[in-house]
Each structure stands twice: as C-alpha cells, then as structure tokens.
Write a protein that binds this ligand. Structure first.
Ligand SMILES: *[C@@H]1O[C@H](CO)[C@@H](O)[C@H](O)[C@H]1NC(C)=O
Ligand SMILES: *[C@@H]1O[C@H](CO)[C@@H](O)[C@H](O)[C@H]1NC(C)=O
Ligand SMILES: *[C@@H]1O[C@H](CO)[C@@H](O)[C@H](O)[C@H]1NC(C)=O
Ligand SMILES: *[C@@H]1O[C@H](CO)[C@@H](O)[C@H](O)[C@H]1NC(C)=O
Ligand SMILES: *[C@@H]1O[C@H](CO)[C@@H](O)[C@H](O)[C@H]1NC(C)=O
Ligand SMILES: [Ca+2]
Length: 527
C-alpha cells in the first residue's frame, strides 16, 4: 500500500511535467545533433521569494500595545498585541512562514477604534519578476474574512495596477457590480474581472477562513474539471488574445476595505473585535521565461530564468549577442506536444550569410546583383543588412546595431528646416535665419513667424527713429508726423499736404492730438 502511494506521488508530477526539457541529444539520419523544444520551469511556492509591504504606516497592531477581542468572545478582551514582545507581535512576515501543525501565526492590523472612518489596509506582494500563476491564490484570514476587499495586480513591477477580482458580501452595494462566480464563466469570458460574494459572508470565524482567486476554475473551462486536458488549455493560451497575460503578474495587492463584522451591524460600543488577521498567502506559479528555460533560480534577491535557445534577460526576452540574425520570438506551446522553441539564431546560420541585426526575419536573393539582402527591415532601419537608418532617422550612438532603438527620428522642424533628414548627430539642415539642432530657433537678428525672418527693427542696429517704438522686431510704430520703415521720414517732407492740414503747428502736443483725430487713429501706426 505504501509502495503504491509512493508510485502515485511519483507519477503525478510526471504527468504534469509537459514542456519540462529544452533540448535533447538525438540521432538522426545525418548523425547525432541537438533537438530543441519549448520549455518552462516547474511551478513553485512563490511566497518563498516575495517582498511584502503593508500600508499605511502604523496599520500593524502592537505599537503601542493594544487589546483586542474576537467575535466568538466579544466581551472577553484579554488578547493583546505588542510589537515589542516577540510572543505577542504580529508582523507581516508571519503571512509567509511555515506553520507548525495547528498553530497559526499571523499578521494583524490595529482594531477599528476610529470607526466610522474606514479601516483600510494594503498588502502588496512584489517579485521583481514576471510570474505565471498555475494554481489558486489562497489568502487565509484568522478571526473572519473581510466583508469588502479587492485584489489588484501589476505586470510592470508596480508602475501600473489593474483590478483582478472584487470581493464583497454585497457586490452591488460595495462595487455596483452584479455578483458572479468563476465557475459560471465560459470560454469567451475566462479572463473576465468579476465580483464574487462567495468569500465574504460570515460563516463563523473558525469555519471559513480562505479567500481565493480561482486560477484552477478558470483553467478548467478549457482543461476540464480535473485539468486532464491540458493540451486544450495550452492551445488556448497560445491563441486567445490576452489570456496568457491574464495569469501573469509581477505584483499582487490585497486592498482590505472593511473587516469581518460577525453580524449585520458594527457594534460601536465594542470596536476591539474588528480588525484584519492574515495567517497565510499562498501563491503558486512559475517564472515566466517565454518558453525558453526550464530552470528559474533565486540569485541576488531576484528570480532569474536560466535561459536556453541562445536567449537572455530576466524573462529570456531577447536574443544573446551574436545570435540576433532574426528577431526574438517567444517559444510556443504549439504544435503539441513539444511546441516550438523559436530559438535565436547565430549570425550566418539562418540564411546563408545574411545578417539583419534582428530587424528582419526574411532575406531574398537578388539575381542581377548577385547579393542576398534583408527584406522589410523593421525599427526604421534599411540597407542590405538593415544596418542603416531610414531617411528621417539617425543612429542612436548609445545603442548597438541590433537594438530596437537604434534609429531615432530626426524630428526636424517642418518650417525651419530644408527637409526632414539630419546628420549622424541628429542635426537638421536649416533654412536661412533658422538654427538649433531641429531648426526650431532663430539666429540673432531674426524673429520667428512661421519661419525665421530678418529683424526690421531691434535694440542694437536697426533702431526706430524720431521716437518710434519697435514692435516684436517686425516693425516700427511711428509717432504722427513720421513714416518709413524706421520712422526716418517726416510726413511733411514726403507729402506737402500733411503739413498744410495743420500749418505752423508742427511738434506741439495739441497739433499731434488734432492730427491723430484727423487721421482717425489708424494713421498712428504707419508703415
Ligand atoms: C492602496 O493602494 C491603492 C492603489 O492601488 C491606493 O489608491 C490606496 O490609497 C492605498 N491605500 C492605502 C491605505 O494605502
Ligand atoms: C530586479 O531585478 C533586476 C534584474 O534581475 C535587478 O537588476 C534589480 O536590481 C532588481 N530590483 C530590485 C529592487 O530588487
Ligand atoms: C546556441 O548557440 C550554440 C553555440 O554557441 C549552439 O551550439 C547551440 O546549438 C545554439 N542553440 C540553439 C537553440 O540554437
Ligand atoms: C538609444 O538607445 C538606448 C539603448 O537602447 C536607449 O535606452 C535610448 O532610449 C535610445 N535613445 C533614444 C532617444 O531613443
Ligand atoms: C552635424 O551637424 C552639426 C551642426 O552643423 C555639427 O556640429 C556636427 O558636427 C555634425 N555631425 C556630424 C557627424 O557631421
Ligand atoms: Ca503564518
């Protein structure tokens, strides 16, 4: 019997261990050689590699020491939390320890003594690595589950967050969402974010302790109730848009929004029985290695894929140096059962001798030139080997030739420059009067107005005369009696009639005012 049990234990991992080898040494008609397969690391207990953060500051109980009660025994408030006493402290790390049988160790929050102000806490788990969930997330609450909480996830190490699942005893009231169950989802809605009431209702604090994010139930939509048909799941993960990403996270956040109430109302006279206590957070998953690694190791505080197929990076997300003759691709679960490795290829190995620096997957032979050339260079490159930048782009000197960012747009100012090409340092060729790397500035003695124009007047060389003032370097505003570009010309000298209209009054203030009226003001600005 014991022997049989051991056998069974041995068989289960084997049956699950699809895609567990990256390559094998095989003998073919052409002799022995390596054969490559899509591969992924084994699922692990991810709580062993997590960094946790609990917010806001001061939410953990025990500083200062505090008494609390339980819902079972609300008037016997003899329990105490004291951060300075190891036996009575409840720090966050107790959510991730291994517990001796029967003895729960847990993080605990302060009590809801500030009611009716909400009792809010965030528990943020970070891996600094993309993780693919393979089993349910299970959060264990001692002394009752929250009546409202939310699970969020990040895919970019905590820069942006997205709702993952809502939990409430009344979804409509808490989140204005209808209550749904993951079990009722269909193949087209397997990655829907929903609100569930299954884990928030009061059932006695000792009975129902767990809150789940149901990964298995979602997998079962494709793989059947016992996950027997994993092939179907893998096919779907490969073909259904967004499905793989739905199960991928770098961070998780539990937003605890209202604690267990133990009844319908909050009893204001005894707020010491309301608090959060989490004894365990189980997260099962595997490192995301883009099907290019079957090992993931914990090095220098971070998980890291041991990349095969000549890939590199934390997630095997790019090709190794000198293996970039075609663009990087993730491995694929398809075709079943071994998938496609989509390995990176050494320069020269893939298409005769045509290196494309990873900017093209295709080469073509041009008969009359007798050359092989890359086709459809991407990333704004061009040339036989995609080694040049397209017109209107210049070479990024800090990027290698096989970098996706190797070509930078010139971005020449359309009006200020001759054309949209630039030199190797990104300088555009400017029209007369324009300057600056992008030709969006004017040289001294030029002003900008849909291009650069020479100053008509300024404060140095082109001075307005006879009391005229310079308007934005574009023109002199002349006093009455003067005209010309620089107001250099007296109206009398130019036109006898101007003077005859006001004889003998030249220069006096009264005469100026009269002249203004006579000219009906527009004459004041005279060019
Ligand atoms: C919890 O995190 C959310 C963002 O995900 C933030 O808006 C909220 O203020 C945080 N709450 C606390 C109590 O820190
Ligand atoms: C995250 O992982 C990367 C790559 O392994 C590492 O360089 C970086 O220092 C890590 N960051 C933190 C905050 O641990
Ligand atoms: C990776 O490159 C090595 C040579 O350094 C080669 O032997 C090996 O076959 C390559 N692997 C793949 C999957 O192409
Ligand atoms: C130049 O390349 C480096 C390295 O890839 C990249 O970090 C940088 O953003 C690029 N610069 C521009 C302007 O695109
Ligand atoms: C590009 O043009 C700028 C401005 O004319 C010049 O200073 C720079 O040296 C030029 N760079 C090259 C590589 O020719
Ligand atoms: Ca614990």
């Amino acid at each position: 019997m014991l022997y049989l049990a051991a056998l069974l234990v041995h068989c289960v991992p084997l049956a699950m261990a699809q895609y567990d080898i990256c390559k094998s040494w095989v003998t073919t008609d052409d002799g022995p050689s390596w054969e490559f397969y899509a591969c992924q690391p084994k699922a692990m207990r991810m709580k062993d590699y997590v960094t946790v953060r609990v917010d806001p500051a001061g939410i953990t109980c025990g500083d200062p020491p505090e008494r609390f009660c339980t819902h079972e025994n609300p008037y016997l408030c003899s329990d105490e939390c004291d951060a300075s006493n190891p036996d009575l402290a409840h720090p966050p790390k107790l959510m991730f320890d291994s517990e001796d049988e029967g003895l729960a160790t847990y993080w605990q929050s302060v009590t809801w003594r500030r009611y009716p102000e909400p009792l809010l806490a965030n528990i943020t788990l970070s891996w600094n690595k993309s993780i693919e969930l393979t089993d349910d997330i299970v959060i264990t609450f001692e002394y009752g589950r929250p009546t409202i909480m939310m699970l969020e996830k990040s895919l970019d190490n905590g820069r942006t967050w997205h709702p993952y699942q809502y939990y409430a005893d009344d979804c409509m009231e808490a989140f204005s969402m209808p209550a749904r169950r993951v079990r009722d989802l269909s193949t087209t809605s397997a990655n829907r974010v929903l609100c569930t009431e299954e884990y928030s209702r009061w059932a006695g604090s000792k009975k129902e302790k767990t809150v789940r994010f149901e990964v298995r139930d979602r997998f079962a939509i494709f793989a059947g109730p016992d996950l027997k048909n994993m092939d179907n799941l893998y096919t779907r993960l490969e073909s259904a848009k967004g499905l793989k990403d739905f199960f991928t996270v770098t961070d998780l956040r539990m937003r605890l929004l209202r604690p267990a109430l133990g009844g319908t109302y909050v009893q204001r006279e005894n707020l010491y029985k309301y608090f959060y206590a989490v004894s365990n957070i189980e997260v099962t998953g595997r490192c995301k290695c883009n099907l290019h690694a079957n090992l993931c190791t914990f090095k220098e505080g971070s998980l890291q894929c041991e990349c095969e197929h000549n890939t590199t990076g934390q997630d095997c997300g790019k090709c190794k140096k000198n293996f970039r003759s075609r663009s990087w691709r993730a491995g694929s679960y398809l075709p079943l059962p071994n998938g496609s490795p989509n390995a990176c290829a050494a320069a020269g190995s893939a298409f005769g001798n045509c290196e494309c620096y990873g900017h093209s997957n295709r080469c073509s032979y041009i008969d009359f030139l007798n050359v092989v050339t890359c086709v459809s260079c991407k990333h704004n490159t061009r040339g036989q080997h995609c080694q040049h930048c397209r017109l209107g782009f210049y070479r990024n000197s800090s990027a290698e030739l096989d970098d996706e960012n190797v070509c930078i747009e010139c971005n020449c100012n359309q009006i200020g420059s001759m054309h949209d090409r630039c030199n190797e340092t990104g300088y555009c060729e400017c029209r007369e009067g324009a300057t600056g790397p992008k030709c969006d500035d004017c040289l001294p003695n030029y002003y900008w107005r849909q291009g650069c124009f020479p100053n008509v007047c300024d404060d140095e060389l082109l001075l307005c005369q006879n009391g005229g003032t310079c308007y934005q370097n574009q023109r002199c505003i002349c006093p009455v009696g003067f005209k010309g570009v620089l107001c250099q010309q007296s109206r009398c000298e130019a036109d006898k009639q101007d003077c005859d209209g006001a004889p003998g009054a030249r220069g006096s203030p009264a005469a100026l005012a009269l002249a203004m009226l006579a000219l009906q003001l527009p004459g004041w600005v005279d060019l």
